[in-house]
Design a protein around this ligand. Structure first.
Ligand SMILES: [Zn+2]
Length: 472
């Protein structure tokens, strides 16, 4: 004899089984309609939209009904099986139906994605080559026009033009996607390096971050194709000078972050696919010493040796390195002097400085800028500073990651996060708007000859980014 509670749970389970079968059938029908219709019209069809909407409506009502009833364990099971993260039985806007469809949608366009990526990689674009960078900009503009974006070109003289695409201007709370189309690879790198092998695609700049352009463009395309494009302003900025510090694009990047609900910095993921939850501050300084020239033999006592002056400061600078705190300083280049028998009147060195926490960056700046001449008669000149601040992994960032992880789960992607030692444009936006970095492809060989992406990651990261655009 079963208790009333057991009967109730058995009833729920039957309902669950029935619902699962019914939704699977509908989903199957839906996919068939779309397949048939796509052959005829080349795009997601009206009929497909109707079946998709009907399926979504049915699924939502079913979830609402099941989540509103049953015991805690049952609700937990339902939530788990649908990747839901809240207790809410009301599901104000049920994103989960569409998110399951993102990967299949993209999988059917996979070769087109690879073709677009190949076209972009073949168009080589080292930061210093304005023509090459502008040629990638032209491809991006073409794609944005195809998607129906407002396209704005911000002309530059020394570097490539920046390209901004805007969708749904003025609607909802905006999301900004930040990308760069320049690379560190010299012209002529494509032919010897491009190849597709073992599920990987190799090419100069493919990982950092030409694949990200394809991911962003196809995330938008998928949302349009599945009639799931969010009713909010979406700003997609392609800059041209990230690899040399974003000097001409910084203001434009900051402008896109203003008022944004989220800034998606599309830099590549960490090697194993993790998001980048912190970025070190990056600084560059030049320390110049002025002394007095004199003959090394004839009147040594009259000279002030600029190289010796600099030598006093190198230990101070290098000792700002503290691995436990995440700080590092490197005197990377040094030059001075004119002849071996002349006391040099000028010498200079460069300092690369990194800091995980902004207060350490501020301290390092104060120490370097506060250096005083050690030799009588010497003079110091100090230029530079931290051009990108630290993006710290604070509680706000962890909350963003938690939400990202939940959205990723709706596309069957499991995400974690980690620190990046390098800088990115995320440092400009992270104190202005919620910012997430490392949303691009998974791969390896950043800035190296073996730079590549994992081809599988194209679909999974595009689906994930589409879901973020829709559900954030
Ligand atoms: Zn990059």
């Amino acid at each position: 004899m079963r208790t009333a509670a057991e009967l109730a749970i058995a009833g729920h389970h039957s309902f669950l089984a029935l619902g699962t079968r019914a939704t699977a059938t509908l989903q199957h029908l839906c996919a068939s309609f779309r397949r048939v219709w796509r052959n005829a019209s080349n795009d997601v069809p009206f009929l497909g939209r109707i079946t998709t909407a009907a399926y979504a409506g049915f699924r939502r009502r079913w979830l609402q009904a099941t989540l509103a009833s049953g015991d805690a364990g049952f609700r937990r099971r339902i939530r788990h099986s649908h990747g839901l993260t809240t207790n809410s039985p009301t599901l104000p806007y049920n994103p989960y139906v569409m998110n399951e469809q993102l990967r299949p949608f993209l999988a059917s366009r996979f070769e087109a994605m690879v073709d677009l990526l190949t076209e972009i990689v073949r168009t080589e674009s080292p930061t210093s080559d304005k023509a090459g960078v502008d040629a990638v900009g032209a491809i991006v503009q073409r794609e944005l026009h195809t998607l129906g974006a407002e396209v704005h070109v911000h002309p530059q003289t020394t570097v490539g033009d920046h390209v901004l695409g805007v969708f749904n201007r003025g609607a909802g709370s905006p999301i900004a996607m930040i990308l760069h189309v320049d690379t560190v690879h010299p012209l002529g790198s494509f032919a010897p390096r491009y190849r597709r092998e073992d599920g990987k695609l190799y090419g100069p700049g493919i990982f950092d971050m030409k694949a990200s352009s394809v991911i962003a463009l196809y995330a938008l395309r998928a949302l349009q194709g599945l009639t799931a494009f969010p009713n909010r302003e979406i700003r997609v900025l392609f800059t041209s000078d990230e690899e040399i510090g974003s000097g001409t694009s910084k203001d434009l990047i900051i402008e896109q972050a203003q008022g944004a609900a989220l800034v998606m910095v599309m830099e590549p993921a960490l090697a194993d696919g993790r998001l980048k939850s912190s970025r070190r501050a990056v600084g560059h300084f030049v320390l110049k010493a002025h002394g007095r020239a004199a003959h090394a033999g004839g009147n040594h006592e009259l000279g002030v040796n600029a190289i010796w002056e600099l030598a006093h400061h190198i230990p101070v600078i290098q000792s700002l390195t503290d691995y436990a705190k995440g700080t590092a300083t490197t005197v990377g280049m040094i030059r001075g002097g004119t002849a071996s028998n002349v006391i040099p009147d000028f010498a200079e060195l460069t300092i690369d400085a990194r800091a995980t926490f902004q207060h350490d960056a501020d301290h390092m700046t104060a120490v370097i800028r506060g250096l005083q001449p050690a030799l009588p008669g010497a003079r110091l000149e100090i230029e530079g500073g931290f051009d990108r601040g630290a993006m710290e992994c604070n509680t706000e960032r962890l909350a963003i990651i938690e939400r990202m992880t939940a959205i990723a789960a709706t596309t069957s992607l499991t995400l974690t996060h980690g620190a990046s030692g390098a800088g990115s444009d995320a440092s400009f936006t992270c104190n202005i708007a919620p910012t997430m970095d490392g949303l691009g492809a998974v791969g390896d060989g950043l800035h190296a000859p073996h730079e590549h992406i994992l081809l599988d990651s194209l679909i999974e990261r595009t689906a994930f980014n589409a879901a973020v655009l829709k559900d954030w």
